[in-house]
Design a protein around this ligand. Sequence first.
Ligand code: ADP
Length: 544
Amino acid sequence: MLGLMQQRELLISSFLDYAEAYHPTVEVVSRLRDGALHRIGWGGIAARARKLAKALQRFGLRRGDRVATLAWNTHRHLELFFGVTGSGIVLHTVNPRLFADQLRYILNHADSSVLCFDVEFAPLVADLAPHLPSVHTYVALGHRDELPDHPLPNLVAYEDLLDAEDADFAWPRFDENSASSLCYTSGTTGNPKGVLYSHRSTVLHTLSLMAVDTMAISARETILPCAPLFHVNCWGIPYAAAGTGAKLVLPGSRLDGASLWELLRDEGVTFAAAVPTVWLTLFAWMEQQPGLDPAALKLRRVLSGGTAVPRLVIETLRDRFGATLQQAWGMTELSPLGTVGNLTPRHEALDAEAQMALRLKQGRTIYGIELRVVDEAGTPLPRDGSSVGLVQARGPWVLSGYFKGVGGQAVDADGWFGTGDVGTLDADGFLTITDRAKDVVKSGGEWISSIELENLAVGHPAVREAAVIAARHPRWQERPLLLVTCKDGRSVTRTELLAFLEPKVAKWWLPDDVICVDALPHTATGKVQKAQLRRDYADWLERG
Ligand code: ADP
């Protein structure tokens, strides 16, 4: 027997309708290119998103067409999040920091018709344009007097487009399984792969962000998302902010310490989301500013992830700001959230060190995502906090396949997606990532965690950055090789570093060699390019 409830489609436009109806004056604050702050209410964002939808119609765009963006976190980019998706058009957010050939590949693969860009990216867009046959219109996100001089076909100013329309427009209703947005993985492994979200997956993921044991986004929060809007839809925060009427503070391109401090203090930010580097940059700036009182800020919660969060970040936020750090784990293929580091009452009764051990984990499994750890044969391993295996995920906001089938089959017959991460799960659902599958060091059949060795190595006062790779070994197949860069004016020898690590790890985990290098290669998203290191150093131990 079927239930007798309404089949109302789950559409992204419903979040904006809610914000407009009940929170029209709650502010969205944006840092513009010249550093000035721009203010508008959710009501204004909604009206402008509707004007945008009319302008897109005038371009002749149809449902399922793609509109690409190259833009920082500002109100205009936010309006595109709603105006494009609400029209049934697919928003394709592109990371402007990618290398030129990746940008060309991604934009062509997505086949976007319109490219919207922040004016400062005009030189980049002008270089790309001759290689983008599908793009027929270029929209500069600003006023007419900001239009770049670069020759671009059909170049229009965003504000002119909106000025030409009125806001008399109702969001269309369509199948909730329609595509809403498209993000590409950053291509740490091979060509970037497109993940195509749907309205349904986005709405369900967004509802999860509002849950207290996930991100607890609510009308009580003032949110500073430093995570870029082009990175997995800013972890879904813009949609949850609209759906709850939270105040949003968008930092534009300025993530330096002084700019962030000003926003935290003057806008009364209560919740911020940023990768660990952003916090380390803020702390370094604070060191140079005598008399700052971070405890006087309203900041209470900080969400961080994308990479393991260092203990120093968690401790500084706790001790100096009075803020709790919640570590999250996920990836483009998971929309992105899979876990968030919330403690249960039982954990809150533990002493500070035991709580710290939990906060250093990658987070606790959230409702809506199934996680499991399997061995190499695909057999599930116990959730005992110590059985290390491949992490798999399943759920309504996990992908079912990559855009246009690139990268082959993404999930197995039972719907499990292999995340490419290696780790453990415990009985409470806490996940610990020990490696990416391709980076793990398999020494004589046992696995050695490259991430754990790297975290320990950067604990040495002279080390700035560390990378551990598997080097071929005649007896053990693979052994860990440690590469480090040193802080300015510092140096460290192989013997010193091994002596530093020795009391901290099992003897067989100790790297077979340590190499000090001037720099490590990075991807456009700042992750160490281990594939290149493996190419350069995999035979290091065989060289004699
Ligand atoms: P890409 O896979 O292209 O690098 P993503 O931004 O989707 O891009 O990165 C997802 C990966 O980042 C995860 O598979 C995982 O390896 C890593 N990651 C995410 N969150 C964490 C975290 N809290 N701790 C450690 N690693 C993390």
